[in-house]
Design a protein around this ligand. Structure first.
Ligand code: 5GP
Ligand code: ZN
Length: 136
């Protein structure tokens, strides 16, 4: 299903022209309009799923296989030194467009970007507690 007021539905399905670098039956890969680095791209499914929670498992599997292939071909073409896959879900996690997308971010030595987090120092007890929550 497509969502009428969703810009990524329109872009993924070719209703709004954009810089596509790959397309198949299910996905389109486009250049991000506000790239973190040279070549930053987005994998968009052509069906509307708001986020990873909504994305069916078979689509998730195909998106990851596509990400692996794109990372390989983009690295070869761009000569980048590394690669980040980033995928945000919900506003608290940085999602601003509510149609699932997977960021493909080529990385270059000294590119000035920080796509990392600040590590915290939980106590052994806190780690045990979270382990219990996640394994019950
Ligand atoms: P999010 O923060 O939701 O994970 O990422 C949204 C991304 O989509 C941002 O990196 C932003 O630059 C990109 N973006 C938003 N609107 C458009 C658009 O209309 N065209 C393109 N090519 N990228 C967009
Ligand atoms: Zn959509």
């Amino acid at each position: 299903m497509k969502k009428d007021d969703c810009i990524f539905c329109k872009i993924a399905n070719g209703e709004i022209p954009t810089n596509s670098i790959y397309e198949d039956e299910k996905f389109r890969v486009i250049l991000d309009m506000g790239p973190a680095t040279k070549g930053h791209a987005l994998i968009l499914p052509k069906e509307h799923y708001a986020n990873l929670y909504e994305l069916p498992e078979d689509w998730a599997a195909e998106a990851m296989v596509l990400a692996k292939r794109m990372a390989g071909s983009m690295t070869e073409k761009l000569g980048c030194d590394g690669f980040n896959l980033v995928q945000n879900n919900n506003p608290c996690a940085g999602q601003t467009v509510f149609h699932f997308h997977l960021h493909l971010i080529p990385r270059y030595e000294n590119d000035g970007q920080e796509i990392l987090w600040n590590p915290t120092s939980p106590s052994a007890e806190e780690l045990k507690e979270i382990h219990q929550i996640l394994t019950k």
